[in-house]
Design a binder for this molecule. Structure first.
Ligand SMILES: [Zn+2]
Length: 236
């Protein structure tokens, strides 16, 4: 194989690796954001449950106060009943007491229901707290892994960039320029194998003359269809 071609293939290998690593590095912020989203949603879910539990408790306390007010009213009415001498007043107070007692029963039913809800919510909160702690742990670990991955990738990128520069320094300037422009425009490869007279870059058949030149390996030959530089794929 043409010596320049061998250099270009090594150069291309490094550039492809560099590109791959750069793409991997680009996905890191998204992965981090994704993890942060998972953590936030887990915490929001737990916070929602806690908030609901607090609301039920506030409501229950309010009902307790409502019962207390009515009990005080009943006590007051009972005292007044003993003090009155008028039968109709006594009767009216008795009716009022009964009305308060009915209300208290209703409120206490509601309170029982709320206590039941509150018990369930407390159990849910406790379960969710454990889950959220596990999620937070797992996300912390994944964040650490991500950071380590980022560091490794940056190190590999630095190493590859240095290697790439060393190889590029050995390649003829015009050829290097041609290679770089091809590599940038094709996006995958600038130097490709010619196999059975087919360019493996564009999958088109090349002319017999081109094929002969590639096999001879004495000059840099381009595919007439896509412009990629060709090397003889059959020549090991
Ligand atoms: Zn081609």
């Amino acid at each position: 194989m043409h010596a320049d071609l061998e250099q270009l293939l090594v150069l291309q290998d490094r550039e492809q690796k560099i590109r791959q690593i750069q793409n991997e590095i680009k996905t890191l912020p998204l992965e981090r954001k994704n993890l942060e989203g998972q953590l936030a949603s887990s915490q929001a879910h737990l916070e929602g449950l806690k908030q609901k539990a607090r609301e039920v408790e506030v409501h229950r306390k309010k009902l307790e106060l409502d019962v207390g007010t009515r009990e005080a009213s009943i006590a007051k009415l009972r005292t007044q009943q003993y003090e009155t001498r008028k039968n109709d007043e006594f009767q009216a107070m008795g009716n009022e007491i009964k009305r308060y007692e009915d209300e208290i029963r209703k409120i206490e039913d509601e309170e029982l229901e709320l206590m039941d809800q509150s018990d369930h919510l407390k159990a849910d909160v406790s379960t969710e707290e454990k889950k959220a702690a596990q999620v937070a742990d797992s996300i912390k670990r994944q964040m650490g892994d991500l950071q380590a991955k980022g560091k490794t990738l940056e190190e590999r990128l630095t190493g590859l960039t240095k290697e790439r520069e060393e190889i590029a320094a050995k390649v003829d300037e015009d050829l290097l320029d041609r290679f770089e422009r091809l590599f940038a425009s094709k996006g995958d490869a600038a130097v490709v194998a010619l196999e059975h007279d087919i360019c493996t870059g564009c999958h088109m058949k090349v002319t017999t003359a081109t094929s002969v030149h590639v096999r001879a390996g004495k000059e840099i030959v381009s595919c007439e269809q896509c412009g990629r530089i060709l090397y003889d794929g059959a020549a090991g």
